[in-house]
Ligand binder design. Sequence first.
Ligand SMILES: Nc1ncnc2c1ncn2[C@@H]1O[C@H](COP(=O)(O)OP(=O)(O)O)[C@@H](O)[C@H]1O
Ligand SMILES: CC(=O)OP(=O)(O)O
Ligand SMILES: [Mg+2]
Length: 408
Amino acid sequence: MNILVINAGSSSLKYQLYNMTTEDVLAKGRVERIGMDSSILTHEVDHQPEVREVSEILDHTTAIKKVLDMLTHKKFGVLKNIQDIQAVGHRVVHGGESFSESVVVDQKVKFEIRQLFDLAPLHNPAHMMGIVAVESNLPEVTQTVVFDTAFHQTMPSVSYLYAIPTVLYRKHKIRRYGFHGTSHDYVSQRAAEFLGRPLEELKLVSCHIGNGASCCAILHGKSYDTSMGMTPLEGLMMGTRSGDLDPAVVPFTINKEDLTLNEVNSMLNKHSGLLAVSGISSDMREVVEAMREGNEKARLAFEMYAYRIRKYIGAYIASMDGVDAIVFTAGVGENSDVLRKEICEKLTFFGVKFDDGRNAVRSSEPRRITTDDSPVQVLVVPTNEELLIARDTYKLVLNKLAADSSEL
Ligand SMILES: Nc1ncnc2c1ncn2[C@@H]1O[C@H](COP(=O)(O)OP(=O)(O)O)[C@@H](O)[C@H]1O
Ligand SMILES: CC(=O)OP(=O)(O)O
Ligand SMILES: [Mg+2]
């Protein structure tokens, strides 16, 4: 069975096509700059050079059409025709309290995802565009959604409730949900395999440090606490998001700067974090480069970013009353050895014996960056949210086929 996994963002769309019998990735790629001039489609087939096509892609429907054209392209394609795609699995960031597991898309599911637009304004509207775009290009195909929030539905009320009047939770479901759950779930399983111990016995702190970033306390395989909250804005400092701040900053800024609520919301989501403090970029690579050239604002941004992660690691070790391993993953966590060093060299009190040489090694495999005798291990585990999405989709489609055939 061939399954197409889609992670649709507001101006981008990433895809991977899986053969689920072997779990091989047949092709993958991304469309960037959707709706802007000169969109870029990058398509990669195993062992073959990348294809880059620059053209005008005005919306997600056209983007999906281009992806399908590429997958069936005479030279670069891997499928004879698009009917060879049996199912499409989407990443959806916010599932609220409605979804604690992945589901097949139907009218009710689409309605629920729309209800959550306000809670993930950078993400859910884009995911819905992806779902609708697939519907119009592949009307017969089964679509599923896999939620970032689902893994965190195990959090106890002490970690998911805010200390505000409970009527707000009852009426509006204002609570902490957590995100990047598919990634935290995947890397915790891989970490347990790497350590050769059952996940159910482990206390882990997982740090998903990408464009968005979150830490998660994983107690015996289940999410116990996580740094993102009702929306993906809470917690760590991120590429363009502020992370934690005193809520009083919001009304104060509105008054002092004569801004609207929406403008402040946009400032905190799109114009804060690394970008705001460094004044250079939301991309950690560029911030590190500027820091090396002696830029003091870049250094401050880097140090604040690392400090926030270290604080959360400390908090989660306290919340679980111990830790066996700390795991780094996602774009920055997997690739930035300088950031990991900045964080881990100051965790000695907790029993982390950092190994500089191991930290500098580049690999796409899970690896250890502490010494062999370190009481607490630190691992780098490349994430693979797409594989978990494909696996969930595969299970749901097999269940659906079984249910459909028993009805006949
Ligand atoms: N070598 C590197 N050093 C530091 N940061 C990196 C490196 N490679 C990628 N990144 C960072 O990874 C981020 C993207 O991470 P990713 O997990 O792909 O995020 P997302 O899924 O949210 O788009 C980029 O913004 C970039 O800052
Ligand atoms: C939830 C979230 O922040 O996702 P991303 O890191 O993909 O922006
Ligand atoms: Mg990501």
